[in-house]
Write a protein that binds this ligand. Structure first.
Ligand code: PLP
Length: 361
């Protein structure tokens, strides 16, 4: 081939998505398969969301509202921020990419923790950034070490809070000290994809911190708690000037009309999602208790997934689980040998996973 793709693309270790359910059924000759691999909400959308989708399906011959007007107003009210502090993305992933495109040029540095959410590293490398990786300490972000590693060239620091795959979080006090130490030319991105699952008193109010620190961007999503992973809606909250800059470089119609209608309906039916989140929280305790009874080490998780040390080859464990129709995530790829990550499912799914895992271990 004569095309000259950019060199930095070949440095990227491609993201390997989990296998789709139908493919696992076909490959392994199974009639039923469960997927606990992508940290999705296991429950169906609320009836109001389904009704909104039906209504708006009739209008898909039209382009969507490029400004997400109604969603923007509703979300601004809920978060108590100005509408111009919000930007919407095709998943919160897109906001991370927009921030990189707006701030990073060839040779600039981007700081990430290791291991952490893979998109930070992949998207940074595509932009030609030099990646500065700071190791997790006891599976938590080492914010003092990260602050020390900042240089004049550091343009963005990604903080998954809580992070994936560890499920751990950084506290309000740790974040305050970190922000005091970081120079204001570096954008600190708090990726709060799992925000709504966190039930911790010392979890930081990152939006509140924006009043003092203009170099803070918060990203959240409708993919997890709100169960709209298949529609792709995420959003960023930041200083109006920063958001104005990001808005200039996004695609004009990046949020499709069904996604906008569904996200708005979610906000109007928050009680349903809170009920589902309570079920997920109690299922997380159920899973953690059962896994620990099996003698497995599980890190306390602030999210809807659990990182498990299975104490043997995790790739083999995941492969054996596939034979039993259970898809979870092998953490070998993240450099976490002998670890797997499982998403909290329904009670029935969790029982099936536990029984299959017991059989294998
Ligand atoms: C830490 C973290 N950030 C962001 C995302 C992406 O979410 P979205 O679906 O909004 O792009 C995920 C999804 O797995 C995640 O784990």
């Amino acid at each position: 081939m004569k095309l000259l793709l950019k060199q930095n693309i070949w440095r990227v270790k491609p993201y390997v998505p989990g296998k789709p359910i139908e493919e696992v059924k076909r490959e392994y000759g199974l009639s039923s398969v469960i997927k606990l691999a992508s940290n999705e909400n296991p429950f169906p959308p609320s009836p109001q969301v389904l009704a909104a989708l039906r209504t708006h399906a009739k209008e898909i011959n039209r382009y969507p509202d490029g400004d997400c007007f109604y969603l923007r107003q509703a979300l601004a009210r809920r978060l108590r921020v100005l509408p111009q502090q919000l930007i919407f993305g095709n998943g919160s992933d897109e906001i991370l990419v927009l921030a990189l495109r707006a701030l990073v040029s060839d040779g600039d540095e981007v700081m990430v923790a290791k291991p952490s959410f893979l998109v930070y590293g992949i998207a940074s490398q595509v932009m030609g950034a030099a990646l500065k990786e700071v190791l997790l300490k006891n599976l938590r972000y080492d914010l003092p070490a990260m602050a020390q590693a900042v240089t004049d060239k550091t343009k963005i620091i990604f903080i998954g809070n809580p992070d994936n795959p560890a499920g751990t979080y950084v506290t309000a006090q740790e974040v305050e000290e970190f922000l005091k130490a970081v120079p204001s030319h570096a954008l600190v991105v708090f990726d709060e994809a799992y925000y709504e699952f966190v039930q911790k008193n010392d979890y930081p109010d990152a939006i509140g911190l924006m009043r003092t620190y203009e170099n803070v961007l918060v990203t959240r999503t409708f993919s997890k708690f709100y169960g709209l992973a298949g529609l792709r809606v995420g959003f960023g909250i930041g200083h109006p000037k920063l958001i104005d800059g990001l808005n200039r470089i996004r695609e004009p119609f990046n949020i499709n009309s069904l996604a906008q209608a569904a996200a708005l309906a979610c906000l109007l039916d928050i009680a349903y999602y809170r009920r589902m989140a309570r079920k997920i929280a109690s299922q997380k305790i159920f899973l953690l208790t059962a896994l620990r009874k099996m003698g497995l080490d599980c890190k306390e998780s602030a999210t809807n997934f659990i990182l498990i040390d299975v104490k043997k080859n995790s790739s083999e464990v995941c492969e054996q689980l596939l034979h039993k129709g259970v898809i979870i995530r092998d953490m070998n790829f993240w450099g976490l040998e002998n670890f797997v990550r499982v998403t909290v499912g329904t009670n029935q799914e969790n029982r099936r996973f536990l029984a299959a895992l017991k059989g294998i271990l």
